[in-house]
Design a protein around this ligand. Structure first.
Ligand SMILES: [Ca+2]
Length: 193
């Protein structure tokens, strides 16, 4: 992808996520890779398919880092928001409009550098590539929006209650010609506001 991504100190990502029938969510929802990031993603949202099936959030991914993980509670359609701060080294999770918890990184984080590549539904081990089938996202991603700041609690509630809104002051939103989809992913796009 496609749209120019600026350097980011704080970040919010919201989306509706729905598992496939009879399955739990697994794999990479959102992978942001910079060609300089030899060890991994600048930003990654990943449902680990191994017990205990945590939702993992990587920022400036380096080997051996201890990352924020959240218990996997996504067996049903859910609206999730992840609010990331590289100033405070924390990630907060909201589900269906409500705050769930905040977890910290154990390695200090710098801002996430700009001009990387976003892939929905697969985990990049290299620029727009290095995909592993076992890390493909299983489920449906809908109304994914990214902001370059922490959005308010009120906005999170609004996003959940209105289901679909016209995104405002966002950094990146998938449109049909601005995103690459890989894996077992059904993508829905905001087509009109
Ligand atoms: Ca990989």
């Amino acid at each position: 992808m496609i749209q120019n991504i600026p350097e980011i100190e704080e970040l919010s990502v919201c989306a509706w996520l729905t598992p496939l029938p009879g399955k739990r969510l697994s794999g990479a929802v959102y992978s942001y890779f910079m060609s300089e990031s030899f060890n991994g993603n600048g930003f990654l949202i990943f449902f680990n398919d191994n017990a205990p099936f945590n939702l993992e959030v990587y920022v400036n991914y380096e080997k051996r880092e201890t990352l924020p993980t959240f218990e996997n509670i996504f067996f049903y359609k859910s609206h999730i928001c992840l609010l990331v701060s590289t100033k405070n080294n924390v990630v907060s999770l909201y589900v269906n409009g409500s705050f769930v918890m905040t977890e910290g990184f154990h390695v200090d984080k710098k801002p996430i550098r700009g001009n990387g590549k976003v892939i929905l539904g697969q985990e990049q081990d290299q620029d727009e590539g290095g995909f592993q089938a076992s890390q493909a996202f299983s489920g449906t991603i809908k109304n994914l929006i990214v902001w370059d700041h922490k959005i308010s609690k009120k906005k999170i509630e609004h996003l959940y209650k209105t289901q679909c809104i016209c995104p405002q002051d966002y950094v990146m939103v998938p449109t049909q010609n601005a995103v690459k989809i890989h894996g077992n992913v059904k993508a829905n796009y905001i087509t009109q506001c």
